[in-house]
Design a binder for this molecule. Structure first.
Ligand code: URA
Length: 441
């Protein structure tokens, strides 16, 4: 089979066979197919798309390109969640302990942030002592005992995706539904959970800017997971403005701690999204209705059991208990500035991607993979879209360890805000749900 024949067939809109897709992925991962041919195929897929069957085979090959984690010891209770990305998205740290309280076993492998979205592992590393790398036995035994462990994804998990994603990033082929769906689902399948809840974000801080496109991506991922024998639900959530009030690594963990201790002031979005995702994990794992699971999740949060589970999980991985329990033990960024409203009226829109870029400019994220993170940098939002403001009112506090970064960041943040005389329409936090239909024997 000639590689160029496969490229031209896809270019001309034909479907590739299972064997052709497997040859391509195996050849590219092992280095026998060069970047220029893979780039041409990716561009052909970008323009011509893939059938459901082609996408499922592509995902399966990518998942099997490396280690496949075996979570069978947890039976039906293994449950994972994945967000397609956002700004201020700290739901994993709330959802996984809540799901553990509801009986789920979450063995989660997460990544670092790049660009405007933060990374789960960077956030965890802002907790002194936290170990993001555990041996397989310790990882699974913690999940058995506490119900949750979160570590950094190692290089052996879906290595084909790592190579392909890096190539897509530089060839203008990221924004393709079959390529995004196979990239995300290959990692989820390799990570082994029987139950998968996908948080598909929609809006200015998300990959998918419209609900229609988010639904297409969600449906594609749910279908892949179902074809591969997993129970999958996708929840469409609003990411048109940052989630919660804090953006930045330590700031987000501090917000999580306050929330888990019962303080949800100004955090309706974070509460609703987190409880909904945890409820769907338990609903899939235990076969109970999602609304009953939601009530259980609410009780686990309000009673403080989710906080106790969070504390147990973080300290089991070496995180400093005093840092969690005692706000006085946490360092603050040495420099801060207050961004103020430039108009009087309603804050009508806050562009989440621009706010994420501002946090990155302050040191909270990286533009290149080897950039160093400032764990204390970030933004605390004092106002959100829909709030009334008078010119000169404080809207946010910007934090950094490098004073020179403040002026440009403040300008960028202010430019991300829009004002109006009329109250903007309220956006729902949960925009839809798409459930898979796995036929189980
Ligand atoms: N996240 C991924 O893991 N892959 C993509 O292609 C897009 C977002």
């Amino acid at each position: 089979m000639r590689i160029t024949d496969m490229i031209t067939r896809k270019r001309d809109g034909q479907a590739l066979t299972d064997k052709e897709i497997r040859n391509f992925i195996d050849g590219y991962t092992s280095g026998t197919i060069p970047d220029y041919q893979m780039s041409a195929l990716l561009m052909a897929i970008y323009f011509r798309g893939m059938t459901e069957a082609e996408t499922a085979v592509l995902t399966d090959c990518m998942a099997h390109s490396g280690e496949m984690l075996d979570l069978s010891r947890f039976g039906d209770l293994s449950a994972d969640k994945h967000s397609t990305g956002g700004v201020g998205d700290k739901t994993t740290f709330i959802v996984a302990p809540l799901a553990a309280c509801l009986g789920c076993k979450t063995a989660k492998m997460s990544g670092r942030g790049l660009g405007h979205t933060g990374g789960t592992i960077d956030k965890l590393e802002s907790i002194p002592g936290y170990r993001t790398s555990l041996g397989g036995a310790e990882f699974l035994s913690q999940v058995e005992r506490i119900g949750v462990s979160v570590i950094g994804a190692n290089a052996d998990l879906a290595p084909a995706d790592k190579k392909l994603y890096a190539l897509r990033d530089v060839t203008g082929t990221v924004e393709s539904v079959p390529l995004i769906a196979s990239s995300i689902m290959s990692k989820k399948l390799a990570a082994g959970a029987k139950n998968i809840v996908l948080d598909v974000t929609v809006g200015s801080g998300a990959f998918m800017k419209t609900k229609e496109n988010a639904e297409i991506l969600a449906r594609a991922m749910v279908d892949i997971g179902t074809r591969c024998g997993r129970r999958v639900t996708a929840v469409l959530t609003d990411m048109d403005q940052p989630l919660g009030r804090c953006i930045g690594n330590a700031l987000e963990i501090e917000e999580v701690i306050a929330f888990l201790r019962g303080d949800d002031r100004g955090l309706d979005d974070l509460r609703e999204v987190s409880l909904t995702l945890a409820a769907h994990m338990a609903s899939l794992a235990r076969g109970i209705p999602a609304d009953a699971a939601y009530k259980e999740a609410e009780t686990a949060w309000k009673s403080g059991r989710a906080y106790e589970t969070f504390l147990a999980f973080i300290t089991a991985q070496g995180g400093d208990a005093d840092w969690i329990i005692n706000p006085g033990a946490r360092k603050k960024a040495p420099y801060e500035t207050v961004a103020v409203a430039e108009h009087t009226g309603y804050l009508s829109h806050m562009n989440a991607e621009e706010v994420g870029i501002t946090a990155m400019m302050l040191g909270a994220g990286r533009q290149k993979t080897d950039d160093k993170i400032d764990p204390l940098a970030g933004i605390r939002l004092l106002k959100k879209a829909g709030d009334t403001v008078s010119k000169g009112d404080p809207v946010a506090v910007l934090y950094t360890s490098d004073k020179a970064l403040l002026p440009a960041a403040e300008r960028r943040f202010s430019a991300a805000l829009e004002y109006a005389a009329e109250k903007p329409a309220e956006r729902a936090h949960i925009l839809g749900e798409i459930a898979g239909d796995l036929q189980e024997k």
